[in-house]
Design a protein around this ligand. Structure first.
Ligand code: ACO
Length: 400
């Protein structure tokens, strides 16, 4: 009766829908996606227009509060965020406790989780002031914590935030600056990073956002919920695809394969090889974010002396795929991850940081959706059902 795919089987009052492929868990006014046509809109605004005219913080405001800010609202928002970028000195101690080789993603989720111990007087999800200050604290402190996680991984001292820099500039300086030395942030790099953050800012009910909502549905505070979202994003099937694209390009180059030879392997499904960065569960058309990013790849790589051979290889693979029946028939197009890894690498980020950058970008979406969930009178604690397929009743063996 639902007109949906074969995965949904009705069994009494329970729908069996692994991966919630056909199940909407919520109503939402935040993000609209039309996967067939390749459309992405935040609060009704096409992503292309936001990428051209807006910036990450303004878009964060739009996602969280539902409307673009007036100039006054924007300046107030930016001011509040800028004055909360510092983290308590005690939080910095946490970073010493992790092994040097620690992946920055679990370090970040631990630090974000720990924020609720530092702000325990303002965690009530139904107190508007508490929700507001938690929103600002998260937007302000996550880049600082992310940069500290990075500094930890390269064994360098942490830098205090510089409040005269904008969001992306400040983050870049905290990552690549050195104490007591001036660090000139390249405007092209900062602008590109800002746009990449914006393109990742929300994507409706993806795995990490659904996690944030599910955890928050128990009335867990915003820090606890967002920390869980970061852990969901840590998984290679969600946040790790851009790392995989880069590994694939490296491998093609190292093995001396041509684009054609590699494509043959993909089409023959040799060893399960896939063209990483292609295909998407929802988009069955060109991912609009990939189109925007592609435009920036050349600029940044030229500026940063990135690996142009890998970019040319990527462009060559894309051209071949778009003209190939295998990909056309299966509606496989480049997704957001196809070009991001190359850009992040050219900026100087190691592969481990790619998902951390994704987390900074996705933060406004997690916050917007957490707030929408808390405000929606129809929200219930998330509590899926199951199909029990285990043993029937049996009895504990007793000796007699
Ligand atoms: N390369 C080659 N073939 C592919 C690819 C690919 N990247 N993606 C899908 N296919 C083929 C499958 O082999 C399958 O072919 P078949 O019908 O002959 O068996 C068909 O296309 C459908 O594939 P599914 O896996 O059923 O599609 P689904 O929607 O479940 O998967 C996914 C989407 C996981 C993204 C898939 O396209 C993929 O693995 N892509 C590569 C990994 C990647 O880039 N992931 C990033 C996703 S975006 C993000 O997380 C932000």
């Amino acid at each position: 009766g639902y007109g949906v795919g074969s995965l949904l089987k009705e069994t009494g009052n329970v729908s069996f829908d692994p991966g919630f492929v056909n199940t909407a868990n919520t109503r939402s006014t935040v993000t609209y996606i039309d996967g067939a046509q390749g459309i992405l809109r935040y609060r009704g605004y096409p992503i292309e227009e936001l990428a051209e005219h807006s910036n990450f913080l303004e878009t964060a405001y739009l996602l969280i509060y539902g409307e673009l800010p007036t100039r006054e609202q924007y300046e107030d928002f930016q001011h509040r965020i800028t004055t909360h970028t510092m983290v308590h000195e005690d939080i910095k101690m946490f970073f010493n406790g992790f092994p040097r080789s620690a992946h920055p993603m679990p370090v970040l989720s631990s630090a974000v989780s720990a924020l609720s111990t530092f702000y325990s007087d303002s965690l009530d999800p139904f107190n508007k002031e508490h929700v507001e200050i938690s929103t600002i604290r998260l937007l302000a402190k996550v880049p600082t914590l992310a940069a500290y996680a990075y500094k930890k991984s390269v064994g360098e001292p942490q830098l205090y935030p510089h409040n005269n820099l904008n969001y992306a500039e400040n983050f870049l300086r905290m990552c690549f600056g050195v104490p007591a030395e001036d660090y000139e942030v390249d405007p092209v790099v900062a602008k590109t990073l800002d746009i990449l953050f914006m393109l990742h800012a929300d994507h409706e009910q993806n795995c990490s956002t659904s996690t944030v909502r599910l955890v928050g549905s128990s009335h867990a505070n915003m820090f606890a919920s967002v920390s869980a979202g970061i852990n969901a994003l840590y998984g290679p099937l969600h946040g790790g695809a851009n790392e995989a694209v880069l590994a694939m390009l490296d491998q093609i180059q190292n093995r001396g394969l041509s684009a054609d030879e590699f494509m043959e392997k993909v089409k023959n499904k040799e060893d399960g090889v896939r063209l990483m960065g292609f295909g998407h569960r929802v988009y069955k058309n060109y991912d609009p974010r990939a189109r925007i990013i592609k435009g920036y790849a050349h600029d940044v790589l030229a500026k940063m002396g990135g690996n142009n051979e890998l970019l040319d290889l990527a462009i060559g693979l894309e051209e071949k795929a778009l003209a190939d029946d295998y990909f056309v028939e299966r509606k496989l197009y480049p997704n957001v991850d196809f070009y991001t890894g190359l850009i992040y690498k050219a900026m100087g980020f190691p592969e481990k940081m790619f998902t951390v950058l994704f987390a900074i970008g996705r933060l406004p979406g997690w916050i917007a959706q957490w707030r929408e969930m808390i405000e929606d009178p129809e929200t219930k604690i998330g509590r899926p059902r199951q199909l029990y397929v285990g043993e029937g009743e049996r009895h504990y063996p007793t000796a007699n």
